[in-house]
Design a protein around this ligand. Structure first.
Ligand code: PEP
Ligand code: MN
Length: 287
C-alpha cells in the first residue's frame, strides 16, 4: 500500500519490514557484514595483483578499484578505463573475489555489467537520474553512495529510482558529507547509518576512506561504523600509498588494513553478526 506520509515508498521499512538480503560471491549481503577493500584506482597490473592477492589471503571477498574515476580536476588521473576493468576482473577471478567498481555514465552500463559484480554509483552521481533509471533495469547489485551534499531523504529517493525501475539489489553507502569542517575531507554522518537502518530495509555500508581523507582515522571510524549498525565497509588500501595516483593520503598500508580486521570482527560479534571474511570458504573456491 502506498504511504503518503513519506515521499519514498519501496525503499521504506513501512513497505517491507524485513531486511533486504541478497547473495554475491557466497556472502549474504544485509545479513553478514561485508568488507570491500582495494585501491581507489586500478593503476597497473602489478599493483592490482599485489593488493588482490594480499586481500585474498585475509579471506576478503570483494575487491574495489576504480577504472572510470570521477576526479575533481580534469588534469588528475582519470583511470585506466576498459584496460583497468580487464586487469581488475583478471585479478579478482584469480583469487575468487567479486569486483566492485564505479559507473559514471549510461553509455557504460553494458561494459560495467560485463566486468563488475557490484556497480558503484559515486557521490557525484547520486542524482544522475538517467544513470539511476538505467541501473534500475540491470540484474546486478548497485552500491549507491550518498551525495556529498544530499539529505537522507534525497538519498533514499535516489534509491527509490533503482527499486521502482525493478532493481531491488541496492546497497546504500554513507561516505561523509560536506560541512564547515576542513580538518577532515568530509564529515562522516554515522547517525545517518543508524537512522537509515530504521527508515529502510536496504543494507547500509560505510566508506571511512572518502569520509575522513586521513589514513589514521580509517580504523577508528570503521569500528564506529560497525558499532552504529553498518552492514559493512568499503576501505581503500594500497601497496604503496605514497605512490598512489589517487587518494594516497587516505589509503591504508596493507598491514594496517590487516590489523583492522580483528577489532571490527569483534565489534560485529558483540552484535551477534559475522563478517564475511570470517566465513569458511567453500573448498573448491580456495586456490
Ligand atoms: C571512491 O570510492 O574512490 C570515490 C570516488 O568515492 P565517492 O564517490 O564517495 O567520492
Ligand atoms: Mn577514492
Amino acid at each position: 500500500m502506498m504511504d503518503n506520509r513519506k515521499p519514498y515508498q519501496l525503499v521504506s521499512r513501512d513497505w517491507k519490514k524485513e531486511n533486504t538480503v541478497f547473495e554475491v560471491n557466497g556472502v549474504r549481503i544485509g545479513e553478514q557484514r561485508m568488507m570491500i577493500a582495494g585501491p581507489c584506482a586500478v593503476e597497473n597490473e602489478e599493483q592490482i595483483c599485489t593488493i588482490t592477492e594480499f586481500l585474498s589471503k585475509l579471506n576478503i571477498r570483494f575487491v574495489r578499484g576504480g577504472a572510470y574515476k570521477p576526479r575533481t580536476s580534469p588534469y588528475s588521473f582519470q583511470g585506466l578505463k576498459t584496460e583497468g576493468l580487464v586487469m581488475l576482473r583478471k585479478a579478482a577471478d584469480k583469487y575468487g573475489m567479486a569486483v566492485v567498481t564505479e559507473i559514471m555514465s549510461t553509455d557504460k552500463v553494458d561494459e560495467l555489467c560485463e566486468y563488475a559484480d557490484i556497480l558503484q554509483v559515486g557521490t557525484r552521481n547520486m542524482q544522475n537520474y538517467p544513470l539511476l533509471r538505467a541501473l534500475g533495469k540491470i540484474n546486478k547489485p548497485v552500491l549507491l553512495k550518498r551525495g556529498m551534499s544530499s539529505t537522507i531523504e534525497e538519498w533514499l529517493l535516489a534509491a527509490e529510482y533503482l527499486l521502482s525501475g525493478g532493481n531491488e539489489k541496492v546497497i546504500l553507502c554513507e561516505r561523509g558529507i560536506r560541512t564547515f569542517e576542513t580538518a577532515t575531507r568530509n564529515t562522516l554522518d554515522l547517525s545517518a547509518v543508524a537512522l537509515v537502518k530504521r527508515l529502510s530495509h536496504l543494507p547500509v555500508i560505510v566508506d571511512p576512506s572518502q569520509a575522513t581523507g586521513v589514513r589514521d582515522l580509517v580504523a577508528p571510524m570503521s569500528m564506529a561504523a560497525i558499532a552504529a549498525g553498518a552492514d559493512g565497509l568499503i576501505v581503500e588500501v594500497h601497496n604503496q600509498p605514497s605512490e598512489a595516483l589517487s587518494d594516497g593520503e587516505q589509503s591504508l598500508y596493507l598491514d594496517q588494513f590487516a590489523a583492522m580486521l580483528e577489532p571490527v570482527r569483534r565489534i560485529a560479534a558483540v552484535q551477534g553478526r559475522q563478517f564475511d571474511f570470517d566465513l569458511q570458504r567453500e573448498p573448491d573456491l580456495v586456490l
